[in-house]
Design a protein. Sequence first.
Length: 359
Amino acid sequence: MTSPVSTSWDPADFRDRIQAVLDAFLDEQAALLAPLGDDASRLMAEARTSVRGGKRFRAAFCYWGYRAIRPDVPDEDALARACAALELLHASALVHDDYMDASDTRRGRPATHRAFEGEHRGAGWRGRADQYGAAAAILLGDLLLGWSEELLRRCGLPLASVVPALDVFDLCRTEVIAGQFLDVSVQARGHADVDTAMTVLRYKSAKYSIERPLHVGAALAGATPAQLEDLSRFGLPLGEAFQLRDDLLGVYGDPVATGKPAGDDLVEGKRTVLVALALDSSDRDGARRLDASLGTRLDEAAVAELRDIIDRSGAHAQVEEVIGALAERAVSALDTPTVDDVARGVLRELAASATQRTV
């Protein structure tokens, strides 16, 4: 199907289009799994929940990565399906991440492993409810990961365009999974300096959130290696700024907006760049208190105390400065003939949305 290309950008309309693609794809999968009965239906219901909501940044950067290289879009529907594949990858990562972090909630509702754990407990089934929840989360995350590649491969664009994009997608999945293991290992050791925390940030989140989605879209449009490198100069620093903002929200975010408890990253014991900077710059008592409190149960008063330690260390202000500097560097990198003028304007808007958000 060929659709006219609009020069306007309506983020809400785009999110609706991506949701419609995901809903239709899951309808297809539900039909395939229907012979498996009620258990498969429960798994599909959780899959639907896992792909609802969110800003759809990864899909948006994929779309505008395509438009940056090729302003005309011969098949908008096929491109939307390709972009939606990034959201299935993201949903997979969140399901697995919530289990590994022992998170109780996601976007204001029980995390997948907690939801299935609750079903097991409520039904009075045999065995351990928490183990059942863990198994369900692992399997659903794996299913979403497999579906992400399937949706991209079957998006409807010419195979000659899809194959280079699949190569980027393979690299993206490798990076995010290895980055997640780096993160797990850092938490297990209970220590991370700023350089180590930045490496985790880069591979666990920054690349797969912005740089690689841009590359997938650009590869679909037939980008050259030099054009991909031009997009990296925008996408990588912006991805780092994006995750640094997320780290701040994990400590200072409003639970009503984030759908997570106050100071959730502190409760989970995440050794982020923010925490590493605070530990480096706090006085001995403050650093000792912050380090000992990470990964423990914290009430509102304790969270407020740790926030104060981080503020007094200067880490909060320093991360804000770094976010601003990285975002500025990223936007400046768009001043290249590689990027179409319309795409350049929208990518600037997306950069602001990604780094100035409150959720």
